[in-house]
Write a protein that binds this ligand. Sequence first.
Ligand code: KMH
Ligand code: ZN
Length: 309
Amino acid sequence: MNKVIISCAVTGALHTPSMSEHLPLTPDQIAAQAIEAAEAGAAILHLHARDPIDGRPTADPAVFSAFVPRIAEQTDAVINITTGGSTSMTLQDRLAYPLLAKPEMCSLNMGSMNFSIHPVARKIKQWRFEWERPYVEGTEDIIFRNTFRDIGHILRELGEGCGTRFEFECYDLGHLYNLAHFVDEGLVKPPLFIQSIYGVLGGMGPDPENLTIMRTTADRLFGRQNYRFSILGAGRHQLPLVTLGAILGGNVRVGLEDSLYLGRGQLATSNAEQVRKIRRILEELSLDVATPDEAREMLGLKGRGRTAF
Ligand code: KMH
Ligand code: ZN
């Protein structure tokens, strides 16, 4: 069985500061937690940026530049920059920093969808910043735009233009068929890194059966030798689903972008805490954790030398 790639998604754009005091907001906090997560075993670091003043998601290249180079200096982890940004950003905003930085990897969302956490707003008693409540409640009425033209643009500009390869974010079965369309168009070449996502409100649910449906469909569309399967469980579903996914031969994604918890009712105090926990579980299952260079080999990445951050 291949080694398991641990991805860690450090801060994201959906969780807001009032949901956890441990969510990294500033460049210093994002850098520190990313480096600690890499030291704990994360081979891939998936990164978003936030306004240092109030933690609001931002696509500003100047903010990314305040922490990405520092992470690159301190770790040999694969730096994976979001092209999703936040669901309310324009595509141009979302691509601003990736086109400058030319990273080895970026996320790529494989379809337009509802992507919401509006029910969470009812649970927050005290909001730290003015922007948070309208932002969270507003996710009830936003379409996360990823049209075929948007996806093709990213594949050409970042993929062909910058040698960047992708973590294909698949929230539903149809997203695998969208990905197959771009393979047929010649815009996507194996090995595909398929990030199957369960439990996001707007995507498929966190039922274990969905993992096998996604896996068997990916086998049929791409051939098992042409892709690497990864599992992302949102919120409380994170640990059970990534553990099941690893047993099925998949790779795993953890991090506070996707879940603020370490266990039932227990907030994670850092990204590294989640990485250490899944690493312990993998090792108990006699599954070896991939190093960054092993991940590069498995995913056909260009190497840190051809990036521009
Ligand atoms: N927020 C995750 C469910 C992106 O950044 O492009 C998927 C993600 C999307 O990380
Ligand atoms: Zn993300």
